[in-house]
Design a binder for this molecule. Structure first.
Ligand code: KG4
Ligand code: ZN
Length: 336
């Protein structure tokens, strides 16, 4: 089965063709970062408009690169939520229309299921069952995954998502949007241990997270060391970024390890934008080796939003017999 996958939930237009026999045939991504950078975050209306402009040319490109003709496509998968409604509607409407014209089924994919399954596109994919840590700009969740479509929520953030906390810390340090990679880069120049930030909720039992207290702590530390321009000196900014990243990463590591111990599983999958974080990957690898467990993640470009994960997840859903009626339904909020 060959599936065209389309992702437009936020500020990336992602398109891919996945073939269940031959694997990923082609993928392309257009990022709107430059459009939103001057506003310090995603402007929903501008996002929708740009998806409209970019989507068809990108589909044409990926169809050509994958050597596909409409007659060779067996289904169209699109992100149906969660995300920005206008942005989702662009991908959903175009996908539904293409499927109608090509007389093939369409399937709406949960964005986080896409992230969750992205590591399946790697040469050595994880085997079911496993525990997944979904860490993106909108979600921080620990999920027990027994098979595709069989998910059980083990714990989640009670307030900000980890990626959102990274983005907010970046703003406090006057770094560009999107903040996560910028904080991570600055943290490399920071001195380990100059500041020690609190690890939220690690002393409490359970698998939930909370990052809003850490955000306030970061803000207070920035304010306490601010110079005349409102920012601490460059080294202090790097030291704060380092302490912030260390606190987020150790919190995530503690909870992942606990989730594996609770479930008795030995496989952890990390997915979503924050799973691109090098310190998170390294610290998890080290901590899990001690308990004989292994961590899997997608290649860097498939950690953040992309069309390949939607094409893959959609293909699995279509193979399982799922498809959508003609009406287009998207959801801003949607539990996994
Ligand atoms: O999965 P994603 O592309 O979009 C959502 O579904 O939210 O995740 C984006 C989030 C942003 O908050 C971004 O700052 C964060 O992932 N992020 C990172 C890194 N790369 C992306 N956070 C920390 N370290 C990184 N290297
Ligand atoms: Zn995402």
């Amino acid at each position: 089965m060959r599936v065209l996958g389309i992702e437009t939930s936020c500020d990336e237009t992602g398109v891919a063709v996945y073939d269940s026999e031959r694997g990923l045939l082609a993928h392309a991504l257009y990022s709107q970062i430059d459009i939103h950078a001057e506003y310090g975050g995603v402007v929903p209306e501008l996002a929708s408009r740009d998806h409209v402009r970019k989507l068809l040319p990108l589909i044409q490109q990926v169809m050509a690169e994958s050597g596909s003709t409409p007659a060779g496509i067996d289904g169209v998968a699109y992100t149906a939520g969660p995300g920005l409604i206008g942005a989702l509607m662009v991908g959903a409407t175009l996908s539904r229309s293409l499927a109608y014209a090509w007389k093939v089924p369409a399937v709406g994919v949960h964005h986080m299921e896409g992230h969750l399954l992205a590591p399946m596109l790697e040469a050595q994919p994880p085997a079911f069952p496993f525990v997944a840590l979904l860490v993106s700009g909108g979600h921080t969740q620990l999920v027990r995954v027994d098979a595709i479509g069989r998910y059980e929520l083990l714990g989640e953030s009670l307030d900000d998502a980890a990626g959102e906390a990274f983005d907010k810390a970046a703003r406090m340090l006057d770094l560009d949007y999107p903040g996560g990679p910028q904080v991570a880069k600055l943290a490399e120049q920071g001195e380990d241990g100059r500041f020690v930030f609190p690890r939220p909720m690690v002393d409490r039992p359970g698998l939930d997270f909370s990052f809003s207290g850490l955000k306030t702590y970061t803000l207070n530390t920035v304010a306490a060391h601010a110079l005349a321009d409102g920012l601490p000196d460059q080294q202090t900014c790097a030291d704060i970024a380092n302490a912030f990243q260390t606190a987020v990463v150790s919190t995530l590591v503690v909870k992942c390890r606990r989730a594996l111990e609770h479930t008795g599983m030995k496989t952890l999958v990390i997915a979503g934008g924050v799973s691109a974080n090098k310190k998170l990957r390294a610290d998890l690898e080290q901590a899990l080796a001690k308990i004989g467990a292994k961590v899997f993640y997608a290649r860097h470009e498939f950690c953040t939003d992309n069309g390949a994960m939607i094409a893959y997840a959609g293909c699995q859903r279509l193979l399982a017999g799922q498809q959508e009626p003609l009406a287009v339904n998207v959801r801003a909020r949607w539990p996994l």
